[in-house]
Design a protein around this ligand. Structure first.
Ligand SMILES: Cc1ncc(COP(=O)(O)O)c(C=O)c1O
Length: 375
């Protein structure tokens, strides 16, 4: 008989979360997570599913019937998009200007796609001209781009222009909106995006676990018309359709508590209003930039492609990212993050997302950085 381990009651530190995610969860969402479960096929839960779908359509600004929370984190919704839409042998165009474009390439390859790239430096957006050239050269069937690149703090401008180029070549567009949904302007239908996916733990003030995904009828028709089965059983949308579509039959047990949480987080989005929410993120993030500039931290990205929900800052001479990150954590219990990939050691990344996009936590961070740098 092994002895039972003596583990104390859970008591994580009380952090101010201002990194690239998770952001702070809204207290109403946390409270909702204490709601007792019903079964995932209970009529009461089926109603919750309808409500979540309706709220997601508003948040994505779409009328897409195929709008669901995928069980799992943002990468699960991302993989659902690529695994279903990409057929073996398809040419898939992805960007190289950040960490998540590279993840798109990995997922497209696993789905059997032939990956080609459109390049821009880390910290810069894709240019429409480069995307048009890549389409002329490679004639891809699927084009993935990252609307809000969390690794660099770049917001891709001119989305409808990129979509127009893709549609002129009869291609499908997948948008990574993990760090934009609910935080910066995103209009799936107006911009013509075929597939968009996101996560809960960024601008939605929700924990990770149930991740938004929306697909146009055109994209879903392609998926339902596949000859070869999707290479993932769990994320196969033709099977998930049985649960989230009209049939409501068992596929897998939905993460009920995460769906409750997402419902409450999306209710908060609807109460605040999307445009007001986008404006709040921009206003508070502008205060963050102005405040840190007074302490010598300069934004890394040009203003025209600045992403309010995630700003990358160059550090003053003599200050290392590791030192600043650990001092903020140890002395002030604030979480921020360092650079990834090409930007490792060059920048720090500071999130201003969801319930963290408020004056109080941002003012606290600015004051903490000021005190540390004065020392
Ligand atoms: C732009 C982007 N795409 C995809 C993901 C993957 O999401 P997750 O870590 O929730 O699986 C993230 C997470 O940080 C992200 O920022």
């Amino acid at each position: 008989m092994h002895a039972p381990p003596a583990i104390d009651e859970l008591s994580p530190p009380d952090r101010t979360l201002l990194g690239p995610g998770p952001s702070m969860v809204h207290p109403r969402v946390l409270r909702t997570m204490g709601t007792p479960l019903v079964g995932h096929l209970d009529p009461a839960f089926l109603e919750v599913m309808d409500e979540v779908q309706e709220l997601l359509r508003y948040t994505f600004q779409t009328t897409n019937k195929w709008t669901i929370p995928v069980s799992g984190t943002g990468s699960a919704a991302m993989e659902a998009a690529f695994a279903n839409l990409v057929r073996p042998g398809d040419t898939v165009l992805v960007p190289t200007n950040g960490y998540f474009g590279h993840r798109m390439a990995a997922m497209a390859e696993r789905a059997g796609g032939e990956v080609v790239t459109v390049d821009a430096p880390w910290g810069a957006p894709l240019s429409s001209a480069a995307v048009a050239d890549a389409f002329d050269t490679h004639q891809p069937t699927v084009f993935g781009f990252v609307h809000a690149e969390t690794s660099t703090g770049v917001l891709q401008p001119d989305v409808s222009e990129l979509v127009e180029i893709a549609h002129a070549h009869d291609a499908f567009v997948i948008a990574d909106t993990v760090t934009s949904l609910g935080g910066v302007e995103l209009r799936v239908d107006d911009w013509g995006i075929d597939v968009a996916y996101a996560g809960g733990q960024k601008c939605l003030s929700c924990p990770p676990g149930a991740s938004p995904l929306t697909l146009s009828d055109r994209a879903m028709d392609r998926i339902l018309g596949r000859e070869s089965p999707v290479r993932s059983w769990y994320l196969d949308l033709s099977l998930l359709e049985g649960y989230w579509g009209s049939e409501r039959a068992y596929h897998h047990t939905a993460p009920i508590t995460n769906v409750y949480a997402l419902r409450e987080a999306l209710r908060l989005v609807a109460e605040e209003g999307l445009e007001e929410r986008w404006e709040r993120h921009r206003r508070v993030a502008s205060e963050l930039v102005a405040g840190l500039e007074t302490h010598g931290l300069e934004p890394f990205v040009e203003e025209t492609s600045w992403l309010p929900s995630l700003t990358t800052f160059k550090l003053p001479t003599g200050v290392s990212d590791e030192w600043l990150i650990s001092q903020l954590r140890e002395t002030y219990s604030i979480e921020i993050a360092g650079g990834l990939g090409d930007l490792a050691g060059e920048v720090v990344r500071i999130g201003c997302m969801g319930h963290s996009a408020r004056r109080e936590p941002i003012a606290y961070l600015i004051a903490a950085v000021g005190e540390l740098l004065e020392k």
